[in-house]
Each structure stands twice: as structure tokens, then as C-alpha cells.
Design a protein around this ligand. Structure first.
Ligand code: ATR
Length: 270
């Protein structure tokens, strides 16, 4: 058996096992490969990861709060993972650990073709934001990447390291692409009551709005953007694309995106 897993803390809520096992089934690999969720406390991560190859694991996704630590314990790193400073994908090969970051490519994959030449606003400057800022500034073909964060100093540091420019008072209507990487909305918070520099009635139909947050229902951010006729992508859309890239790294197979998306969404509405 070739084993795969997502390592996180907490990890019980993760949609990755359902999504990846559905993909393995569709590809006819389910008898040979299996994907599970493993809750690992931060002080256990290194010991747990180093034990995995001996237990039949071929690879792992890594999620909150382990992405930075995972990069540090890898023997080799992709260009993206190194630049972003975080890894979400580990591959165990020939006794070594290789680190990739598929969050950046996953974000680019969900964006529609018309993103070229737009001005982008990234909300947040944490771990998730780093992959987004790097992806947009290097690969996204957007014109400007402005980064707003509640704690403005973090936006300054992130832009120095990754590209883009910090912004403290962004004008919502001047952006063609808006990406929320903050955790606002995760617990149903209203992003328009002052938590984010956005207002519900200032979206328009020309904009692309991406919210990395996902939950049982559409976030208030996605609802407001949809109402204005914007092109929206929710957190599941991004989850599917990063997971697809990880699956391709491990198995070499073309991932069945529709099957993955359906499986990822199914558990949410119950
Ligand atoms: P992740 O790895 O998911 O990005 P993180 O590094 O803890 O997690 O970053 C969380 C992001 O959400 C940060 O940009 C954080 O802003 P601060 O840097 O000011 O902490 C943002 N965030 C969390 N709660 C927020 C809130 N209530 N209002 C605005 N931003 C918030």
C-alpha cells in the first residue's frame, strides 16, 4: 500500500481525505494508494514526518500550523517553496524528503484567463498570503499587487520578501482582482463591519474575487461579490487545485478535477 496523508493541527475538518480518495478511486489507484488525515502537534512534527517513509508513506500534504516547519526539515525544496518560505507538499523518495508548495500554482490555476493586466489586492500577510503574493507577483501577470494587513508591519515585511507593495487604505473599486487570505469569515464574521477594508456594495461585475476561506455556507464576502455579478472563487476551488497539483507530483497521473471538487463539497452541505 502506498500511503498519503494530510498533517495538521487540528485536521479533523479537512476535506483533503475525501477529495484525494475520490481522485484515487477515479484513477483506478484506490487498491494501491490511500490518503488519511493525521493530527500532529507542532512539537511532534519532525519525529512524525521522519517516521513516515518507514510506515509506507509516499507523500504528505501539510497544513496549518506546520507549513513553515515542514520546509525546514526537507532535504530538497522546489523554487516556489523556497521563495515562499513554506511547504504544503512533502514527497518521500530514496530516503530523502522533498518539499513543494502547490498553494501558489493552485491559486494561479483557479483564476480565469482574463486576469492578465489587472491590479490585485491581497488581504492578509500570513502564511496563506505569502503563497498568493508570490504567485501573483511572479507568475500571475497582474500589473500591481497591493497587500493590506490588519497589522500593517507584516504587509511591509511580506512585500519586501515576496513582491508587491503594502497599502493601508485600498480603494476597493480600483482593483480587478481581490483575494482574501485572512481568516475573517471562517467563523461567520462580517468582513464589512470594519474587519477588512471592503464594503459590501463596492464590488462590480468586472471584478474577480477569491476567498480562501471555506465552510458550510458561502462566506459573506463571496455572497456580496456574487450579488454584484463579480466572478468568484471560494476556498474549495483553491483547495481542489492545490490538491490536484500535489496528487500529480506523487502519482504522475492527471487529476480528475470534477470528481475532486464534488467530493470536497459533498461533506460541507450536510
Ligand atoms: P495563515 O497561515 O492561514 O495565513 P496566519 O499566518 O495566522 O494564518 O495569518 C492569519 C491572517 O489573518 C493574518 O493576515 C491576520 O492578520 P494579522 O497579521 O494582523 O494577525 C488575519 N486576521 C486574522 N483575524 C483577523 C481579523 N479579525 N481581522 C483582520 N485580519 C485578521
Amino acid at each position: 500500500m502506498k500511503r498519503l496523508a494530510v498533517l495538521g493541527h487540528p485536521v479533523a475538518h479537512s476535506r483533503s481525505p475525501a477529495m484525494q480518495n475520490a481522485a484515487l478511486e477515479e484513477l483506478g489507484l484506490a487498491g494501491e494508494w490511500a490518503y488519511e488525515a493525521i493530527d500532529v502537534a507542532p512539537d511532534e512534527l519532525e519525529r512524525r514526518v521522519r517516521a513516515m517513509p518507514g510506515e509506507g508513506f509516499v507523500g504528505a500534504n501539510v497544513t496549518i500550523p506546520h507549513k513553515e516547519a515542514a520546509l525546514l526539515l526537507a532535504d530538497s525544496k522546489s523554487r516556489e517553496a523556497e521563495a515562499i518560505g513554506a511547504a504544503n507538499t512533502l514527497t518521500f523518495r530514496d530516503g530523502a524528503i522533498h518539499a513543494d508548495n502547490t498553494d501558489a500554482g493552485g491559486l494561479i490555476d483557479v483564476l480565469p484567463g482574463g486576469v492578465r493586466g489587472r491590479r490585485a489586492l491581497v488581504l492578509g500577510a500570513g502564511g496563506a498570503a505569502r503563497a498568493v503574493i508570490w504567485a501573483l507577483a511572479r507568475e500571475g501577470a497582474v500589473v500591481d499587487v497591493d497587500v493590506w494587513n490588519r497589522t500593517s508591519h507584516r504587509a511591509e515585511v511580506a512585500t519586501v520578501e515576496l513582491g508587491g507593495a503594502p497599502v493601508t487604505d485600498p480603494k476597493q473599486s480600483s482593483y480587478g482582482l481581490i483575494v482574501n487570505t485572512t481568516s475573517v469569515g471562517l467563523k461567520g464574521e462580517d468582513p464589512f463591519g470594519g474587519l477588512l477594508p471592503l464594503s459590501a456594495d463596492s464590488f462590480d461585475r468586472e471584478q474577480i474575487v477569491v476567498d480562501l476561506v471555506y465552510g458550510d455556507r458561502p462566506t459573506k464576502l463571496i455572497e456580496a461579490a456574487n450579488e454584484a455579478g463579480a466572478y468568484t472563487v471560494d476556498g474549495i476551488g483553491v483547495l481542489v487545485r492545490q490538491g490536484a497539483r500535489s496528487l500529480q507530483i506523487w502519482t504522475g497521473h492527471e487529476p480528475p478535477l470534477d470528481v475532486m471538487e464534488k467530493a470536497a463539497r459533498e461533506g460541507l452541505s450536510r
